[in-house]
Ligand binder design. Structure first.
Ligand code: MOS
Length: 703
């Protein structure tokens, strides 16, 4: 039996309602089917699209039986590279679909089929035979791959290499060192709703219903790709069934559907199948991290180095910032962090929940556990002894940190105090039992955002903010923030979100959505309140204020802003089969003010589950002879489910931080997925005495 418990330190008597566990406003619509997701819209005259994918890893398209397929009843078009409109580069080579005969990876789109029905489109795509002049296959990442290079910057603009002191010398001088390499498998974003688009092209206007995490960015990409005035492109994403980063920017699906609509003059519906998700949505690159630690006998670090390797496609550079979080977590006089990238014949990796932090913190927090064992210092204590005064990378003061409090509260909640440090010595029946801990951190970011708030006659307020609700509860929390600022109940707010015609805003990503959109809503609401308090009359069309927060962001104080957490895990391993079960996970987080106890809890629990999944289950299995990953469905790519964990307990500190956006939250979408994998791996090592350094930890690696 699985139970998920939560301890929620929230005062629901706060009159503003901010922090209260308000249920999702659209929850009923979602569970009754009244909420319409992108693919559930069916405009009159719609054509159904299907993507035909390359069946070779690299090569050149030489010909096809397209004419034959076009003669199938109900088939309207088979669009290949020789017919697609020219696309301008929107800074993502993966979006330049059907632009050339060259194939860059197995599964790349080679044709868009349009037909009168869904089944005809699918049938026609499977009947399409494409001839290729096949090229080579270079798909295996290694630390000596000949294409490895140092990119100018890594994802999100972070520095590629940073160095201080002399790590080699510190390693040579220290009696206690760790020098180990940790690997993570390719991981695939697997939202419940695959990517989908309904595109309409009428009178020179492109209207798109799409499943994405941010309509402003998708609209901008479409305008660039098709050389359109941004004013004629509208993208909406009213309901989105998850994304995890894979919907953070335009994906080939929305470009292909738009091409189809433009060429056919009819609306086009196009979706990825679950199988296509593994090639066309973006995924987490496999990572290799060499970690070196040196410490004195008291456990104080003298050297910390994280040198990491990942891959990208030949179409687009994307470098997971795997060593970036290590820069901010622990201090040492000598430090070296590097990123190297190999360009391979693979689909382009992209964002997946906590890009950088998820694999990077797994590596460094596993190494810290190994160091603690060598030093015979408790792993919680080792971290407490290394708590830095200021951000070790920037030297800035922390806006707030409270990692020590997360670790000590977590240890108390978990029952860590009398832990026996010896590995592989506890048994319950046929199970070996162990416990593990890891720290977590994730940046508290804000991105530019606008909002529009209108006081309506009769006391209602219309609030427009281009937030996207990908299931995390953005719709509800934006209404709560507006209601709190305007001093009215949530049900007096008429909220519009997820429409690129609203003031421009950033994505539901980087754990920045609530802080960014919420800041704009707060600012506009305060201005409306001010006008009303000055006695401004409300005209019939309403009293409207439109704001953006660019100046406010630029004026933020000079602080290091991160959320922190501590993850605790119990693991049991079957002595005979190596089966691993996780009866219990505990997470304690310091993430500033929590806006909604219910939706926040979901984010933490979901993130921790995803970390567990990364540690034990999710495994993109590369086929080096065919290129591409061999597992393209949920039968062969297991994502952790309820049965994979006993209880998950979440608690958060009542943290006040005056250096954040005015609501005071740090962002919580990703931190639950940070450190959880390390805590699982550390618990498995404690249970068994076997340290597995490549995820996922599967039974055969323990035997
Ligand atoms: Mo998240 S990977 O920033 O959508």
């Amino acid at each position: 039996m699985s139970t998920v418990d939560v301890v929620t330190p929230v005062d629901t008597s706060v009159p503003t309602g901010l922090g209260a566990p308000v249920a999702r406003l659209e929850g009923r619509d979602k569970v009754t089917g009244a909420a319409r997701y992108a693919y559930e819209h069916t405009p009159d005259g719609v054509l159904y699209g299907w993507i035909a994918q390359s069946s070779v890893t690299t090569g050149t398209i030489m010909g096809s039986n397209r004419d034959e397929v076009l003669r199938m009843p109900g088939v309207r078009a088979v669009v290949m590279h020789d017919q697609a409109p020219h696309l301008e580069d929107a800074e993502d080579g993966e979006l330049l679909v059907l632009q050339s005969a060259a194939v860059a990876y197995r599964g790349q789109p080679v044709a868009l089929v349009l037909a009168d029905t869904f089944d005809t489109a699918r049938e026609a795509a499977s009947a399409l035979r494409v001839e290729y002049d096949e090229g080579g296959i270079d798909v295996v990442l290694s630390t000596d791959h000949p294409t490895l290079y140092a990119p100018e910057t890594v994802n999100a603009g972070f520095e590629t290499d940073t160095s201080q002191g002399d790590v080699d010398a510190a390693m040579a001088d220290s009696s206690v060192t760790i020098d180990e390499t940790y690997e993570t498998a390719a991981l695939f974003n697997s939202p419940m709703e695959p990517h989908a688009t309904v595109a309409t092209w009428v009178d020179g206007r492109l209207d798109v219903l799409d499943s994405n995490q941010g309509t402003s960015g998708v609209a901008t990409s479409l305008a660039t790709l098709f050389s359109l005035d941004p004013a004629v492109v509208r993208v909406r994403a009213q309901h989105v069934g998850g994304g995890f980063g894979s919907k953070g920017s335009a994906r080939p699906v929305v470009v292909l559907a738009s091409i189809g609509a433009m060429l056919s003059g009819r609306p086009v519906k196009l979706a990825y199948t679950r199988q296509m998700m593994f090639s066309l949505s973006g995924y987490r690159t496999p990572t290799i991290s060499r970690i070196r630690l040196a410490a004195d006998s008291g456990g104080h670090l003298s050297a910390l180095s994280h040198q990491t390797y990942s891959h990208s496609s030949t179409l687009q550079e994307f470098t997971e910032q795997t060593a970036e979080p290590t820069r901010h977590l622990w201090a040492a006089p000598s430090r070296l962090m590097t990123h190297r990238l190999a360009r391979l014949d693979v689909p382009t990796p992209r964002w997946m929940r906590a890009p950088g932090e998820a694999p990077g913190i797994y590596a460094v927090e596993s190494a810290m556990d190994e160091l603690a064992l060598k030093l015979e210092i408790d792993p919680v204590e080792l971290r407490l002894r290394n708590e830095p005064e200021v951000d070790p990378h920037t030297g800035q003061p922390f806006s707030s940190r409270h990692l020590v409090e997360c670790l000590t509260r977590g240890a108390e909640l978990f029952g860590w105090h009398d832990r026996d440090p010896r590995q592989g010595v506890r048994r319950i029946g046929r199970w070996l039992v162990g416990t593990g801990v890891a720290a977590a951190t994730y940046p508290a970011s804000v991105m530019p955002a606008g909002a529009r708030v209108t006081a309506l006659p009769g006391g209602r307020f219309s609030v427009g903010v281009n937030a996207t609700d990908i299931g995390q509860g953005a719709r509800t929390v934006m209404a709560q923030i507006a209601a709190a600022e305007l001093g009215v109940p949530v049900d007096l707010i008429d909220l519009s979100i997820a429409d690129s015609d609203l003031p421009t805003a950033g994505v539901a990503g980087g754990s920045s959505g609530t802080a960014s959109w919420g800041w704009a809503v707060t600012k506009a609401s305060r201005q409306v309140t001010e006008l009303l308090s000055q006695g401004q009359p409300v005209p019939p069309e309403g009293l409207e204020v439109v704001v953006d927060i660019e100046e406010d962001i630029a004026a933020m104080s000079d602080h290091s802003r991160f959320a922190y957490g501590a993850q605790f895990v119990e693991a049991r391993v079957d002595l005979d089969s190596g089966e691993i079960v996780v009866p219990r996970m505990v997470g304690v987080f310091a993430a500033g003010r929590i806006m909604n106890a219910r939706t926040a809890r979901s984010q933490f629990v979901g993130g921790m589950t995803m970390g567990l999944s990364m540690a034990l289950h999710e495994h993109g299995m590369l086929d080096p002879t065919q290129g591409d990953y061999g597992n393209h469905d949920f039968a062969t790519y297991h994502v952790a489910a309820n049965a994979d964990v006993g209880s998950i307990e979440v608690e958060w500190l009542d943290e006040e931080d005056p250096h954040l956006a005015p609501m005071g939250g740090k962002g919580i979408g990703e931190i639950g997925n940070v450190g959880a994998a390390a805590a699982v791996a550390n618990a498995v090592a404690h249970a068994t005495g076997v340290r597995v350094r490549d995820l996922p930890i599967q039974p055969d690696k323990l035997l």
